[in-house]
Design a protein around this ligand. Structure first.
Ligand code: AVJ
Length: 335
């Protein structure tokens, strides 16, 4: 599967796949060492998505409690024609963190004027499968997948040059950034997409804490498994000796920062080895694994404005509510 994917990609003329993969291992080790050495232990959530993590995330999306994907999918289905009306002829659709590209199909179907689809994802496995299936289902569409950490620096494949660009960042993934990180990301997306670009962003809205907390602590324990899989991944890829069951999954609403947080809480005093280093955990000590920021429409519009974008359309789903924003580069903003 992997090699077949690589040849498909190189045929289409991008060399980003190999480069991005060569760097990935080193930064994982460095991020784990830095994160577990910090006074408040933390790890970047992008490392959740190995093959098992991507599968578990899919499973989370079908739990009763995790409404984000369901609400957004229904919203996209209803808004698809309106969204498509704002996509220029021959445009490139560039998706940041495409995963399975399930929601993208709603746009591809509503906007046959798209000429090229550029899915960007850190998980080569998920990207590989999705690109293969899309190529079969949309034979007229050029597909130029890029395996990359979309929070880092990368360039669009040459095939996407010379056509109008529409960015797509659904799923409330923007919530994983803190405010400064989100502004920086939205600014860099403006640079990557170039002038006259539009960006469609899916955002989760602030709602009652019980609904939020349940979404990140489902009764079947899938989210707990997803959280602990990060430790299993460290064991496998960085020679770690974590006992995943020596940690408890914790999901909490942090009102002051308007975000859901996931932590792994050490059940005992313990020493863990990973990436050639030893790390001491006290009983009850937390390892912060993810923040998922939630917004009001006004909060998000202000954030977008700080990054040089103007909101030009807002769609809101039925409860539990999520929002989809169409952003355009603000007039008079230098890229
Ligand atoms: C994929 C980042 C949007 O933050 O809601 C789901 C990931 N974490 N359950 C989110 C996630 C726990 C999800 N995002």
């Amino acid at each position: 599967m992997q090699s077949q994917f690589k040849s498909r990609v190189s045929q289409r003329g991008t060399s980003l796949v190999a480069d991005a993969q060569a760097d990935a291992g080193d930064s994982f080790a460095a991020d784990v060492i830095a994160g577990l050495s910090a006074r408040h232990k933390q790890l970047p959530p992008k490392y959740f998505y190995d093959a098992t993590g991507s599968r578990l995330f899919k499973e989370i999306c079908s739990t009763d409690e995790y409404y984000v994907t369901r609400s957004e999918t229904v919203l996209l289905r209803h808004a698809a024609a309106e969204v498509a009306a704002g996509i220029p002829n021959g445009a490139a659709l560039v998706e940041f963190g495409s995963g399975e590209s399930a929601k993208t199909r709603l746009l591809l179907e509503a906007a046959p004027q798209l000429s090229i689809y550029v899915p960007i994802d850190i998980s080569a496995d998920a990207l590989c499968e999705a690109a293969g299936r899309l190529a079969r289902d949309y034979p007229q569409l050029r597909i130029a997948p890029v395996v990359a950490d979309f929070t880092g620096h990368f360039r669009l494949p040459g095939a996407a040059g010379g056509c109008p660009r529409v960015g797509f960042f659904p799923g409330s993934t923007i919530g994983n950034f803190d405010r400064d990180g989100a502004v920086r990301f939205l600014r860099s997306v403006r640079q990557v997409l170039g002038i006259h670009a539009a960006l469609l962003v899916g955002v989760d809205l602030i709602k009652d804490p019980a609904t939020l907390t349940a979404a990140y602590d489902d009764s079947h324990g899938v989210t707990a498994q997803f959280n602990k899989n990060l430790l299993t991944r460290i064991n496998r890829e960085l020679g770690g000796d974590f006992e995943p069951n020596a940690f408890d999954h914790l999901a909490l609403w942090n009102a002051a920062h308007s975000r859901m947080e996931m932590h792994l809480v050490s059940r005992k005093d313990q020493i863990v080895n990973a990436a050639g280093h030893s790390f001491a955990f006290r009983r009850g000590e937390r390892l912060h694994t993810e923040s998922s920021h939630k917004f009001t429409v006004e909060m998000f519009a202000r954030l977008a404005a700080d990054a040089g974008w103007t909101v030009n359309k807002t769609w809101i789903s039925d409860a539990p509510q999520v929002a989809l924003f169409r952003l355009e580069a603000a007039l008079g903003e230098n890229v």
